[in-house]
Structures are given as structure tokens and as C-alpha cells.
Design a protein around this ligand. Sequence first.
Ligand code: ADP
Ligand code: ZN
Length: 432
Amino acid sequence: MYWELSLETMERRELERHQLRLANASLARARRSPHYGQALARLPETGLASLRALEELPFTGKSELRAGFPYGFLAVDPEEVVRLHSSSGTTGNPTVVYHTRGDIADWENLIARCMYSTGVRKKDVFQNMMGYGLFTGGIGFHYGAERLGVMTIPIGPGNSKRQIWFLQHLGTTVIHILPSYALHLAGYFPELGIDPRRDLKLRIAFIGAEPHSEAIRRKIEEIYGLKAYNSYGLSEMCGPGVAFECLLQNGLHLWEDHFYPEIIDPLSGRLLPEGEEGELVLTTLKREAMPLIRYRTGDLTRILPGPCPCGRTHRRIERIKGRSDDMLIINGVNLFPIQIEKTLMAIPAVGRNYLIEVRKVDHMDRLEVKVELNEDVFRGTLAELEKLQARVVAELRAELGVSPVVKLVEPSSLPVSEGKARRVYDLRGGLG
Ligand code: ADP
Ligand code: ZN
């Protein structure tokens, strides 16, 4: 069940010594780039004496990456670069990330490690429904799956009826899919007369690239009759393959032989004690073309305590709660969109999609939540719908401490995109 037994189960103290050696080598490589040549000028030639000493080094953020565009972070001769990827720009202008042949080989290997750990084997059929191109989700998994030796169908996202045709006629067993798209795709089964649990051979899904709640995971598992594993990554580190759930589905192992994690207070930048929730900061340990030191991911999570019964010693992070810049402040109350999702999905009458809008009404913030109903409920009586609406309002109020306006809408009526879902529209303008 291990792709690389000795690395995945390395004893903690040995793993930390290994990380320190890698971190110092990574710092030395980073200093060859214009940015870190300056930013790390005062670092002694001997490097760091302990991992903890990383804390003394400056952070790297998206704004530095943008300022360093195009080559400020390149740490190798341009001839060594074989590929470029770019983040989709969920927040602001895109940034670019370069890869050497070695970086690509490491990335493929990490994806193969992730897939193997959940039981994917050569005999599987893998349908990759993530976007190909600059986005790392598609190509990253593609080469990782080929490295593992699985037949890979590079179908990309969208074209739902064709997706289902492939699922059915090729006997696909493993999919990689955005959680929002997995729910959207499910809306096509009734009209095609297909019961995914009975008519398809699916057994594993990899879902990631966007925040999603445990309830959404369970919903996807239930609809398709498979196990869905959470996959986390970001283009700046490589793409997917940074942290991944094992068979136990209890937190995501962050591959510590490639990335060194810290959790900080997003406001003060102070390192938080292990176990506390804050912003994930990552240092690359092996990347050649573009090493990143103390990169602020913007993602909120915490490090889970204790070892995982699967035997892997790499620490686990909790499912991502959102980005620090996702937080909504509604009339002074702080909340995260994922809290709304979690609450909605626990109500059985709620369907597969929802949308959040915030606007100013008479100088006050108004939180409006549009909620798709499931097919059966939608045909219910007016009194039933009114009762349900009151329940949704009450449960959201209890979770958020804010009273929302709730609108119940038809199944499959809210917009979906081919890329990452956009479900929050802050229409307040200026400083929310
Ligand atoms: P962009 O910044 O344009 O979205 P990326 O494709 O690099 O570009 O996206 C990485 C980001 O996607 C992460 O920083 C995180 O916010 C989000 N993300 C990736 N995987 C997950 C996941 N499993 N759960 C929650 N969020 C995720
Ligand atoms: Zn585990």
C-alpha cells in the first residue's frame, strides 16, 4: 500500500534531519534567483542550524511573485526549464511557475504516490475530468497516473453527456473531478436513465482544487457509490500532490519530504503552536527551477495531532477551511462560505448547488443565499416549501450568528462554471 515505503514511513526524527538537509540545499538553490539573492543575503553560508530557524526568514507572498515576474524567482539557467504553469488567478493577476525536468519527475512521482495510497493500480481506468493547459490539475494528474501505469483518459472538464458515455463504455473506475462539477454532472443521470451506482464501475474519485465540506464529499460518495479522497495543492508548489488523504480519509498527509509546513497567524505573521488553526506556509524542499521559501498559501487549516494509523509519518492537515481572503464580514460578524455549505448540505431537502450574495441595503449588509432544492421537494406544496425555507433560515442563523435571506430555487438552475466554482458574490463595492 506504499508507493515509497521508506520515505512515507520514515521515523519522525530521521524525517526532520532529512528535511533540514533538504531545506539548506533548497535555500542555497533559491539564493541563485534575483529575488532570494537579495532577500536571503544575510543568511550565513552554513545555512540553518534547525528547521525552527526558518522562522527568522522573510515570507514570500503572491505580491512578491507578481513583482518578480517574469524571471525574478528563477533559480536555474533558463535552458534548464522545460515547462511553465500558471495559477488561474482566483485572487488577482496570474503568477507563473517554472519547472525543470527534475521538478516534473518529482511531481509525477508525488501524484503516483497519492493515487497508489488510495488503492489505484495498473488495471484501473482513469478518467481525468480536470482542466488541461495552464491549470495544473489536469496535466499534473495525467502524468502521475501514467507514471503509475494506469490507462488515462485525458477528457478534461465539461461536455457532460460525453463524460457519462466514456464512464459507461470504458468502464472507468477512477475519476479526478472538481467537487462542484461532480454534483453538476449528477444532474444528467436521470434523463439518461443511468443509475451511477448500478450502471457504472466507479470506485474512487479524487476531488480538490476548491474548498468543499465533508457533507459535499459524502454526497458525492453517496450519489456515485465510490470513495472520494480530498486532494490539495497549489501551482506555486507544483499543483496537486502537495497533501492527500489516505484510505482513512482523516486529514491530508502533507508530503514532508518535499514541502515543509508552518501554520501562522494570518494577521500578525506569528508562528502558531502545533494544532492551532491559521494560514498554511510552505517551503519547497526539492524544487529546482523555482524554490519558494516560506510561501504564504492564504489557505486556512491546522496540523492534526498524533500519528495516522496508516503508518505514514508525514503530518496531516485538516481539510482547508477557505482562504484567509474568503472571509466575509456581515455587519461586523466574521464568517466563511464553507460554514454556509456545511449547514445547507446537512438538510436533506437541499439539492446540489447554492449561491451567496452580499449587498448593502439601507447601509446594512444583507446576506442572501440561493439554495437549489432536490427534485422531489421541488414538486412539494407551497406550505411545505415555506416551512423548509424557515428551517434553512433558522439553521443558518444558528451556525453563523447572522440572519440571511433565503431563496429556494429549482434544481440545476444556478450557474456552474467549467473551472473552480464561484459561489460568493460580494456586491457591496469598495471595502465590504
Ligand atoms: P488559483 O490560485 O488561481 O486558484 P491554483 O490552481 O494554484 O490557482 O489553486 C490553488 C488553490 O486552490 C489553493 O491555494 C487552495 O486555495 C485551493 N485548493 C486546492 N485544493 C484544495 C482542496 N482540496 N480543498 C480546498 N481548497 C483547495
Ligand atoms: Zn494516513
